[in-house]
Design a protein around this ligand. Structure first.
Ligand code: MN
Ligand code: MG
Length: 642
């Protein structure tokens, strides 16, 4: 799968300049000295070493550290002084990352081996690093030949940091005339403080996280006091609004304003920043966010100047997110812009082969295709299967208890519905065998099943939170944009077992992050259970998951009390068991859906979806779908008549 390029290994590990170069003695006066430093950064690699999509079981030109390695080689060749940094979420959160932990005996994490080989200078942790527990993480990090820092994570109830909060890199770097100088670079790392909530199962009572900006305000002066010339912040956190309301998940903009920070690497939200290269900055500090899964390499070029006895100053900067792939203008398909590095690919080859073999194992059969192409506008067979498996598990587990007598409904959201993941980011399982790979594709995250005892009113509010995904659409509008791109589809819960319609002429009750913005607004109409209107005071048992109940997304009723039930198994294990026990899954995608978009006569809206959605338009025949043009980012527009 790799390109033909063979690289010189010495070039990968070379850091700074050869050590025999003498270090200059700075003159106390004279013209300023200029030095150029290039900072390269990856973020949110999620153990994607190879250009491969494990869920779809096909090559992918938009991911893989082996391809980024090609960009690293090019970027290093064009600059004398280079640092290579990673911004977290590098070890887990993908099939290969999860598979590493099952291997017996467990190998060194191939991601760490690859990063050692590429000569990373430092890295920080993301929230996903903890998904298999602290002990396993420490074991993986033990093999790293570069410092891994994390400034806002401490041992529970102690001052002691979990990892060193920052690292000081002492390098010799040549100025523009070739004269080497010692340069001390401070690298400090941050992750979202919510990590301890999301990973409560592993972290409760063991680690505590602090606010990103406050931590920086306390520690950056301490770091500068150690004589560093430059401070680079590795911020596993989105750009955010810059408000700094305290404890923010996405704090990179606010962080950039902290005195003493010279450059910011952002991440976590899987976005690309800047979109156009140039003097991109947050609060005047150069910043970059290099996409996800290895889609981009972040490049920040700093020009430093020093005159007399004064310290180095950043006098100019430039930032760029370089993609590993472009898009074919006609087909919308991703096109590789760089070859893979065979020696990086070889590192992952044994695990890759074993993972593929495991993925091919047949669990059961499906009579109809299971896909998520239209999951934002109608019922999805793939999601219905997950909802049924959740409900089935609860029914069996609660049989004979008082909870078992409550009406049971099951909430699921599409993890793969395009969005920032691109037009390849859908579930597409043909009729026939359901394999281990398909099970992993149907339920990506390591969540457990949780049941909540809720009221009919809670269910209505829950759905309002979900359907705030849509833009408000004026009756009679033509080709209105349907979906708010800032609203992640993993927060679009549908509740199976309930019938309802979604009236898009009404404003959204919540904004994308879950803040209540229109308390009077209601989009859910005709909410019913088994054909009868839902009584707001009636009791229900709602199947949901551990992530939802951790409270991150602001779903009402999540935080009102302890869950009625919590499974020991993961939902993907429950799903695997369900498919195996049923043997044959019969979910007809043409069956009448329980929920739909309410009719708005004479109104049309645009859904952006994968071109492959065109094969399934019969499922939304009631919306008289029309395929329109293919766009530069690979999505196709579909007109729906509401
Ligand atoms: Mn991530
Ligand atoms: Mg993250």
């Amino acid at each position: 799968m790799g390109g033909p390029k063979i690289r010189d290994e010495a070039a990968i590990v070379a850091l700074g300049l050869p050590s025999e170069m003498a270090v200059s003695t700075m003159p106390l006066t004279g013209p300023p000295v200029t030095l150029c430093l290039r900072v390269l950064a990856t973020s949110d690699l999620h153990a994607h070493i190879l250009p491969w999509d494990y869920h779809a079981d096909r090559p992918s030109d938009t991911r893989g550290l082996s391809r980024v390695a090609g960009l690293i080689e090019i970027a290093r060749a064009k600059a004398g002084n280079v640092l290579l940094l990673d911004n977290g979420d590098f070890l887990h959160g993908s099939p290969l990352g999860d598979f590493v932990v099952q291997a017996v005996p467990r190998p060194d994490h191939p991601m760490i081996t690859a990063m050692n080989r590429l000569g990373y200078d430092a890295a920080t942790l993301g929230n996903h690093e903890f998904s298999h527990g602290i002990d396993l993480l420490c074991q993986s990090l033990g093999a790293a030949q570069f410092p891994v820092v994390s400034a806002n994570l401490r041992h529970h109830g102690e001052e002691r940091f979990f990892l060193p909060p920052y690292a000081i890199l002492d390098r010799k770097m040549a100025d523009t005339s070739g004269t080497p100088h010692p340069l001390r670079i401070g690298v400090i790392g941050f992750l979202p403080p919510q990590t301890v909530i999301w990973e409560r199962a592993h972290l409760q009572g063991r680690l505590e996280a602090q606010d990103i900006v406050n931590t920086a305000k306390a520690l950056v002066p301490e770091l500068r006091a150690q004589g560093v010339d430059l401070v680079i912040a590795l911020s596993h956190s989105g750009i955010g609004t810059g408000d700094d309301s305290g404890g923010d998940e996405n704090a990179s903009l606010a962080l950039a304003a902290v005195e003493g920070i010279d450059a910011v690497i952002a991440g976590h939200t899987h976005e690309v920043f800047p979109i156009n290269s140039g003097a991109a900055a947050l609060h005047g500090r150069p910043a970059v966010m290099p996409g996800f899964f290895g889609s981009h390499l972040g490049v920040i070029d700093l020009t430093l100047e020093k005159s007399g006895a004064a310290g180095w100053q950043v006098v100019a900067h430039r930032a760029e997110a370089r993609p590993i792939a472009g898009r074919d203008a006609v087909s919308g398909q991703a096109v590789a812009l760089v070859g893979g590095q065979p020696e990086i690919e070889d590192l992952a080859a044994p695990l890759h082969a074993a993972l593929k073999a495991q993925g091919d194992r047949v669990v059961g059969q499906t009579l109809f295709p299971l896909h998520s192409y239209l999951a934002l506008v109608t019922e999805s067979s793939a999601l219905r299967l997950v909802a049924e498996a959740q409900a089935d598990h609860l029914r069996l587990s609660l049989q004979g208890t008082t909870l078992g007598d409550l009406p049971l409904v099951s909430a699921v959201a599409p993890f793969k519905a395009g969005g920032r993941g691109g037009p390849e980011n859908y579930t597409d399982i043909p009729a026939g065998s359901v394999t281990e790979r398909h099970v992993a594709d149907l339920y990506l995250h390591p969540n457990r099943l949780v049941a909540l005892r809720v009221t009919g009113q809670d269910l209505a509010d829950w759905l309002e939170r979900s359907v705030s995904l849509f833009h408000q659409i004026a009756p009679g509008a033509r080709d209105a944009d349907l979906v708010d791109p800032d609203f992640p589809s993993f927060n679009f819960d549908m509740i199976y077992g309930l019938g309802y319609q979604i009236d898009l002429s009404q404003p959204a009750r919540f904004e994308a992050k879950g803040r209540l913005v229109n308390p009077a607004a209601r989009r859910i109409v005709g909410l019913c259970h088994q054909g009868k209107p839902v009584d707001p005071k009636a009791s229900f048992l709602l199947a949901t998951n551990s992530y939802r109940v951790s409270g991150g997304a602001g779903f009402p009723a999540c935080t009102s009390g302890p869950p009625a039930y919590s499974s020991a198994q993961s939902i993907s294990d429950i799903l695997r068991g369900y498919v195996a026990r049923k043997g044959s899954i019969r979910i007809n995608p043409m069956a009448p859906p329980q929920w739909k978009l309410a009719a708005l006569h004479g109104t049309s809206a645009i859904l952006r979806a994968a071109p492959a959605a065109a094969r399934h338009l019969a499922e939304v025949a009631a919306l008289h779908p029309e395929p329109l043009d293919l766009q530069a980012d690979g999505y196709q527009r579909f007109r729906l008549h509401l």
